[in-house]
Design a protein around this ligand. Structure first.
Ligand code: FES
Length: 155
């Protein structure tokens, strides 16, 4: 079947668009790899703990100096963090920090969770760019807020 010129032009422009989109995605990936560690990229591309817990035992929500917000929900059993989820409207680094931090506290005691510092979180992620260090502080502050609320709920 013969194709008219309009169809051929249209198919060519679809192909050009696909190639442009692919090139752009590859450039974004290269820029990310230059900026972030492999672990940071892995965590923010697949944030398994992103979301909310229905009727959590405690929640913390903190707005950072960058105006981004992180929320963390905890489900506890006894003194142990049984489940943890986070939500953020922040940057990719804040997603990586929230995801890694929730992984680090699951199955651990509240006291253990409270001792995790932003420096430790950053180290577990194999580092963050200087301009993203506050994202790990925001994640840890949010966890502290959730634990503070947990303790209030226990009173
Ligand atoms: Fe605001 Fe990362 S959390 S820039």
């Amino acid at each position: 079947m013969e194709q008219n010129k309009g169809e051929t032009d249209c198919m060519n422009s679809d192909k050009n668009f696909e190639e442009m989109a692919k090139d752009l995605q590859e450039k974004i990936n290269r820029d990310e790899e230059k900026t972030y560690s492999k672990k940071v990229i892995k965590e923010y591309r697949n944030p398994v703990n992103f979301g909310f817990i229905e009727r959590p035992d405690a929640t913390g929500q903190v707005k950072g100096p960058c105006s981004d917000t992180v929320r963390m929900d905890l489900r506890t059993r006894g003194n142990t963090v049984q489940d943890a989820r986070f939500w953020t409207d922040g940057c990719g680094a804040s997603i990586a920090c929230g995801n890694m931090l929730t992984k680090m506290i699951k199955g651990k005691t509240i006291e253990h969770a409270l001792k995790i510092t932003s420096d430790e979180l950053t180290a577990v992620l194999d580092g963050l760019p200087k301009e993203n260090l506050h994202c790990s502080v925001l994640a840890v502050n949010t966890l502290h807020k959730a634990i503070e609320n947990y303790k209030k709920n226990m009173e």
